[in-house]
Design a protein around this ligand. Structure first.
Ligand SMILES: N[C@@H](CCC(=O)N[C@@H](CS)C(=O)NCC(=O)O)C(=O)O
Length: 207
């Protein structure tokens, strides 16, 4: 059996892995794991990823969890063009810096905003206190400001003039707040730059 990717495209890190594999013509079998049906808790999936989260990868007998590890594995194994994960020591360190930062910063802010603005009220019928939501959105705003000030600056992409895995990880996270409506700090700068300024851009359509 060749490469298998266990994904649910509702998930941001799964979309980053999916776009990367598609864009780089990496042959894989898509194994859909429907989170909303709880399929990630099945015993069969636990054999692939005992952490019971998507994305996950199986390559022969080798299994791997964590989107960043999966992206880097694919990039190395399939020798993706250099700009995705540059060989240059300092350029690579910049990508690593972003990938390390985003877990506890942009990813957690975007996820919290999505749950409080959409998942709790719309799917679970639970009201989120306005002050809780306001504080979450303020935190998201300051995170977006850091994203611009520290990483994007006046560049086209997070690491410079070319797209890297950092941009994929960022844009798939940013799609959530973009679809939740405007915020006082527009996340459109990095998203727009990486998406050629089309607010309707969806991954997979233009990359
Ligand atoms: N750090 C992990 C996060 C993976 C993750 O949180 N996946 C979510 C979907 S976005 C999941 O599988 N959630 C199921 C659960 O927590 O029960 C990564 O980057 O791959």
């Amino acid at each position: 059996m060749g490469l298998e990717l266990y994904l649910d495209l509702l998930s941001q890190p799964c979309r980053a892995v999916y776009i990367f594999a598609k864009k780089n013509n990496i042959p894989f079998e898509l194994r859909t794991v429907e989170l909303l049906k709880g399929q990630h808790h099945s015993d069969a999936f636990a054999q692939v990823n005992p952490l019971r989260k998507v994305p996950a990868l199986k390559d022969g007998e080798f299994t791997l969890a964590e989107s960043v590890a999966i992206l880097l594995y694919l990039s190395r194994k399939y020798k993706a063009p250099d700009h995705w994960y540059p060989e240059d020591l300092q350029a690579r360190a910049r990508v690593d810096e972003y990938l390390s930062w985003q877990h506890t910063a942009l990813r957690s802010s975007c996820t919290r905003a999505m749950w409080q603005k959409m998942m709790f009220p719309v799917f679970l019928g639970e009201r989120v206190p306005p002050e809780t939501l306001a504080s979450t959105l303020a935190e998201l705003d300051s995170c977006l400001q850091l994203l611009e000030d520290k990483f994007l600056k006046d560049q086209d992409f997070l690491i410079g003039p070319h797209i890297s895995v950092a941009d994929l990880v960022a844009i798939t996270e940013l799609m959530h707040p973009l679809h939740l409506g405007p915020s006082s700090h527009s996340p459109s700068a990095p998203a727009a730059k990486s998406s050629k300024a089309d607010p309707n851009w969806l991954p997979g359509t233009t990359v």
